[in-house]
Design a protein around this ligand. Structure first.
Ligand code: ADP
Ligand code: MG
Length: 148
């Protein structure tokens, strides 16, 4: 898979800019559809990573964290990107109530913060990414295993 360059992870990201740059690199490397799960505590850098990806994809307007809206949608250069943040989800079934299948069945890249909150309803991940704090920076680790 085109993702093999990341097999040597974890990588250290020394500052916010490094996280954004990693996001941009992900946009180049990733398939433009499927499911990417982002794991890591609050403040781990998940939204920062997605912001870097979205900028690289060509998003020029405001990039909001979907913490309250649950989903932010983008369409750039013919690609659809759905950015989810499931932190505030009380139970996975809420995803069905908001008609999540409509999102999942489209040809889009779905990037999901707090995917563990949607366990049982979300499809399997194609890529899992975990961010953890280390000193003043972050560690990023990639895996294509399906454990949520
Ligand atoms: P999350 O979405 O995981 O809750 P955010 O992306 O909102 O986290 O990031 C929280 C904070 O961490 C932001 O202030 C961001 O600038 C900072 N940050 C992101 N990446 C790094 C890094 N590699 N080193 C230090 N700070 C970072
Ligand atoms: Mg976030």
């Amino acid at each position: 898979m085109p993702f093999c360059e990341f097999n040597a992870s974890p990588f250290f990201l020394e500052d916010t800019h490094a996280t954004e740059q990693m996001g941009a690199k992900l946009w180049e490397m990733l398939p433009k559809n499927g499911f990417v799960f982002l794991h890591g505590d609050l403040g781990a850098g998940k939204t920062t990573l997605v912001r870097g990806l979205l900028r690289a994809a060509g998003v020029t307007g405001a990039i909001k964290s979907p913490t309250y809206a649950l989903i932010e949608e983008y369409e750039v250069s013919g690609y659809k990107i759905f950015h989810f943040d499931l932190y505030r989800l009380a139970e996975p079934e809420e995803l069905e109530w908001i008609g999540i299948d409509d999102y999942f069945n489209r040809d889009a890249l779905c990037i999901i913060e707090w995917a563990e909150k949607g366990m049982g309803i979300l499809p399997d991940a194609d890529i899992q990414i975990t961010l953890t704090r280390q000193n003043d920076g972050r560690l990023i680790e990639f895996s294509n295993k399906n454990s949520q």
